[in-house]
Design a protein around this ligand. Structure first.
Ligand SMILES: [Zn+2]
Length: 241
């Protein structure tokens, strides 16, 4: 989540699409969709901010600069004395807003702004409570657990498929040993037979890219079938080719 915000500020998230020549906003149709537009200006984004607990006035995000707006969120609005006590959910809101924008663009799913705000607030609260309750982890012994949770030098990938679309899509992001995003890629291809086929294609393409661009040999996916397939390929004969 912090990576996304860092990337927004440093301009590493740039909205360009290989698939289409146009760059219009998938949610409101604005002809040029910038990061600032997606997070601070698009009508559904403004609705989210107005529903959230983050103090904003109607004129808060009038400037078309992601720097000015992040500056406001990070410092200007702060009347909070102890930063540790800051339960403002804006990092979660930005994260969910970016996901909602991608859901709309890639999967044609509309997210309800109020639902998004509720998710973000409960996530923030859960993280805050977890920080309060869980003692700091001692890292010397627990190497196995650390390995499982670690996002060191890993390529996370995902495939997508919408039954009515002519194309499937996939994407990957490589994080180096410092958990910094080094490279990412998205592409589309003619629609696959199933969602699992698009996950396999995502893995194949991510592996191809990792071989070319990084020393990374770890891959992460949320698709259980894909993991099962890699573990026991003989059980999936129809994918043999
Ligand atoms: Zn828009």
């Amino acid at each position: 989540m912090c990576h996304l915000i860092w990337q927004l500020i440093t301009g590493q998230v740039v909205i360009t699409r290989n698939i289409r020549c146009d760059n219009y906003c998938p949610r409101c149709g604005e002809t040029e969709e910038s990061v600032t537009h997606a997070i601070f200006e698009c009508p559904p984004a403004l609705q989210v901010w107005s529903l959230s607990a983050t103090p904003t006035s109607p004129g808060s995000f009038v400037v078309s600069s992601v720097y000015t707006n992040m500056d406001y969120l990070l410092w200007r609005k702060n009347n909070i004395i102890e930063p540790d006590q800051n339960r403002d959910p804006y990092p979660c809101i930005i994260w969910y807003m970016w996901k909602a924008r991608n859901d709309k663009l890639f999967r044609r799913i509309d997210r309800d702004p109020l639902e998004l705000v509720r998710y973000a607030e409960s996530e923030r609260q859960a993280r805050f409570s977890a920080n309060e309750m869980i003692p700091p982890v001692v890292h010397a012994s627990n190497s196995e657990e650390n390995q499982v949770l670690s996002l060191d030098n890993i390529c996370i990938l995902d495939g997508s498929l919408t039954a009515s679309d002519r194309f499937s899509g996939c994407g990957w992001v490589w994080m180096d040993s410092g958990e910094n995003i080094q490279h990412m890629g998205t592409r589309n291809f003619t629609r696959c037979e199933s969602a699992l086929h698009s996950e396999v294609e995502a893995l194949r393409w991510a592996m191809e890219n990792m071989l070319q661009h990084s020393p990374c040999q770890s891959f992460g996916t949320d698709c259980k079938e894909l993991i099962a397939m890699v573990k026991e390929p003989q059980k999936w004969p129809s994918f043999a080719t």
